[in-house]
Design a protein. Sequence first.
Length: 472
Amino acid sequence: MKKNTPSTARQKRSEHAIDLLTDLTSCIPYLEKTGYLVRVKSAVASKYELAGIAKRFEGKKCVLFERIKGSKYPVFIGMLWNRDIVGKLFGISKKKIPFVIAKAIGDWQNNKDKLSSPIQMKGPANEVIEEDVNLFKLPIPVHAVKDGGRYFDSSVVVVKNPETGVPNTSIHRMMVTKKDRLTFLIDPDRHLGAFLDIAEKRNKPLQLTINNGVGIVPWLVSTIPKQGDGKYEIANHILGKPINLIKAQIVDAPAYANAQFVIEAEILPNKREMEGPFAEVTGYYASREKRWVMRILAITHQKNPVFHSLLSGQEVWNAVGFTAEAKIFATVRKKIPQLKAVYLDYGGCGFYGAVIQVEKNKSGVGKKAIKETFNVFQSLQRVVAVDTDVNLYDPNDVNWAITTRFNPDSDLIILKNQIGHILNPMVKINPNGKGGTVTKMGIDATAPYPKTNIFERAKFMDVNLNNYEINE
Ligand SMILES: Cc1cc2nc3c(=O)[nH]c(=O)nc-3n(C[C@H](O)[C@H](O)[C@H](O)COP(=O)(O)O)c2cc1C
């Protein structure tokens, strides 16, 4: 690993602020103190019941399930299911978060050897080493009623590139099939898939750690696609300080020192077993098919660990949304400086639909920005461009722009036969079963340039209601 040098991040954060971003143990009491957490005191079943209760709080408050039937450990859910919670943890307005991540991506790209993490022998995550490798001791939920089994759906995989030794991080859904076995999903184009190809050609297992219960920053950074090996260091640039890693007990891959649980595993080469169904980000079930297999070799955890889970819905829309917005903004703005903001709306599952806001100072800017946005984030199927006087976060305002500024004859872009994301049911899977294609649509809902008076929005006086006596 590379040597540490002083921070390159402009913003210096206090130790407490860093703990809130990197450590669930600090984050949970803070969320409770600030009114963003509810505690479920009754004992609940991790199969169906837990997720059923959590679903009632989706988009609102995080939920801590204190007592899980058949397990010693509590479960925390909801860290990202509304953007206010994430803003609270970052200590900034939720709208600024994609810009902070975008800046850290740029800082990391320009200073790749400047801020890497030390690997220590000991950390909270290996305070307790389980003697018996048994996943059934953990409160791993069965979420939706037709899910195929217990799922890890919020854990960060850390794996080294077998050729360079540089670690990469990503999140994968993983279904428990035996006390020491999982089946899991690798989407096309993932680093984990590329690393496994190398290992499988050598007929060797690929070792990794599964980090459950990491703080929001390492978690979010692991969801930034296609950044190249070592992207976990983007987290260090957000924090202005390296996050500590620890050496695993058995496998050749590091783990997060502050994870609640670390599960050490190896992917079995050229082995596939049934995985699924699983309620996915789209709100549909992913199919049950033969997929990749892991064997668990060791489990370590903190003294009083909390298991972290999520519901595939608003949490994932926010997660993918934040990081894709950051990536699109950082990349497209280099070519199109008129780009002001990007939002991956809930209606697009935080994955397939984007609204981009542009300062239209010449004609064609909206369409150009739409095309570049599609190029940067392959999963997108629909991109809408709006002017700076439109609130891109408000679906009604975006609809207003489409209704009053979009002419389908001249402002519609149709892109046929594009690569799509396999989880979206509109994507036609290729005959070889790998990847798929879809038709994409761009809607340029910016007013024609130069903007004439007919496109001027009506405005009213801005008043402070506190200055008036009003009976409601
Ligand atoms: C909650 C959540 C679950 C995810 N599950 C999977 C999955 O099962 N398989 C997969 O390939 N990608 C999954 N992803 C997406 C990847 O983790 C993400 O795109 C990551 O950045 C890929 O990293 P890479 O480009 O370095 O390979 C998931 C993302 C989130 C937020």
